[in-house]
Design a protein around this ligand. Sequence first.
Ligand SMILES: [Fe+2]
Length: 265
Amino acid sequence: MDLTFFVWADTHYGYDQRPPGSDLRGRIIDQMNDLPGCPYPATIGGVVDEPSFVLLCGDAVDGEEGAGEHELAWFHYYTPRLRFEQLEVMGNHDQDLAYITYFRGRYGGLSHSFDRQGVHFICLNSRYDDAEYFGEEDLGFLSDDLSRITADTPVVLFVHCRLDRFTNGDEVTRILAAHPVLLVFAAHVHKPAVFQIEGMDCIDVGQCRDHPIDPAYGRNLYVARITDERITAVPWRWDLGDWERGQRWADPAVAARRFALDRAR
Ligand SMILES: [Fe+2]
């Protein structure tokens, strides 16, 4: 197995939206298109392969009142500029009927899953009313979906927000417990982080919105690679056009390690 995929999130199409040439997401898409063949940081080694897919981990659109169709038009304008297939996870800003109609039409529901090179990828819907939680439909999807794969099939979960912020996130970890989970990707907080929940490696990817409140160190996406021997997830700083090497941190080596995952399988 040698599987590469990119994860970006919180593009918020519609927010500070610009035409091609001057749009943030357009520039990030150009960088993703150019990443294959690029050497990884020396500490990781090798070069970036063509990704099997690009995953947009929620908040694809900004969700401004009354702007649903317009934001969706920008999403549809920019997405095909990626040279690679993109798949999406539902986020809390993706609640306009226009986007939901697109999502249900493409995936058949608010959660979906797919397989690549023997790895089972799950894109799980989540809810954001007064608190963050998973609905019965979301948990039911997860249980049904996992019941259709063998117990030794490796799983990667994509969900818009990190599991430990949900009021019933422990139900998801309980359902996942019987399966080998390689990675859990989330977004939403617009701040990258690498951490563990119940022994599962989790990554919060950065943001692609660049609102003044978004922290500078969140300006990234992740390049993930799974082989039979190793799992790596390396942050790419779209504002610097470079890997996160701790360039803007007091201790670059510590910062670079803090935001990257490099694990033997
Ligand atoms: Fe967001």
